[in-house]
Structures are given as C-alpha cells and as structure tokens.
Ligand binder design. Structure first.
Ligand code: NI
Length: 170
C-alpha cells in the first residue's frame, strides 16, 4: 500500500472526464487500497482517482466518517435526484477554502463495486452530498463549479492568494 500524491487546483487532471473502468484485476485492486489509505491519511471524507492523477472512474468515500465503513464506487451514474439542500463543502484539491454548495437532497446511484458487480443505492443528505461531490470529480467538476459565477471568482481569488502566501513561507 502507498500514500498517493494529491493534485491540487489548477492541475489539468482535475478538469478531465475520467475513463470508465472495465478491468477489475489486481492492479485496480491495489489502486483502490492506495486510494483508501490516502483518503484516511489526508483526513478526507472522499477521494476520487482524478485527485491522485489517474483518469479512471473510481472513487472511495467514507460519509459516515467511521474508518472501515468506506464505499468503493466505480463508473458512477446518478440517475435520480430529488430536492435541494445547501451546505458547506471543502475539497482536498482546493485546500483552505470552502463554500456553501447547493446539491440534490436525495439521489439514486448506479455503479460497479470493486468486483465488477453492478449495484445501485439511494442516499440522502450528507451521504448524498459526498457522492455528488466525488462523482463530479470524475466528470472534471469541482465544488467551485457548483456555485454562482461571482462566488466562484471570489473563492478562486481567495485560493490563489493563500497559495501565494504559502509559497512565500518557504
Ligand atoms: Ni473534492
């Protein structure tokens, strides 16, 4: 197992649509283990393959925030969305900023598990929010793409400022 490097905005991989996975062999299994380990080491609630530089439709998440209760989601498709709820979100690829992001309150997700078995689940509230956030990553979208244009500009300006200050602290 290995802890993987997290790519932060504006790394081009974060804006790419990831490719569907059809190989569920040992290489994929090892990658999944690394993703899980990295998520816990970085204290994230979810981590998508694109965030570690791999353009594959895989994410791991632990919306209950209890280690060992993580879910592994491959080729996700959200095919039903209901209601709307706004809550604060952050992202390991956009460190030090957060914003209130509107999301569907409940969703239905179709996906494959790590063995390649077709699955579906429904989720609501925070659990649904995490799934939407991670699925967005695999489609090249970040949470700043889910807020209005003015807020997006403000957030990215704030982000760039923080990155610059960090650079100065070398
Ligand atoms: Ni994220």
């Amino acid at each position: 197992m290995a802890v993987l490097k997290i790519y932060v905005y504006p790394a081009p991989i974060l804006l790419k649509t990831a490719k569907r996975v059809s190989d569920f062999g040992p290489e994929t299994q090892e990658f999944i283990e690394d993703l899980i380990e990295t998520m816990y080491v970085e204290d994230g609630v979810g981590l998508a393959a694109t965030q570690v530089g791999v353009a594959k439709q895989i994410f791991v998440a632990c919306p209950t925030m209890k280690q060992g209760e993580e879910i592994i989601v491959i080729n996700p498709e959200i095919d039903q969305m209901q209601g709307e709820e706004t809550d604060v979100e952050g992202c390991l690829s956009l460190p030090n900023i957060s914003a209130k992001v509107p999301r569907a309150k409940s969703i239905r997700l179709r996906y494959y598990d790590r063995e390649g078995t077709k699955c579906e689940m429904t989720a609501k509230d925070f659990y649904a929010r995490v799934i939407q956030h991670e699925t967005d990553h695999l489609n090249g979208k970040l949470f700043v793409d889910r807020v209005d244009f003015g807020t997006r500009q403000e957030l990215l300006a704030q982000y760039e400022q923080i990155q610059k200050e960090k650079g100065r602290r070398l």
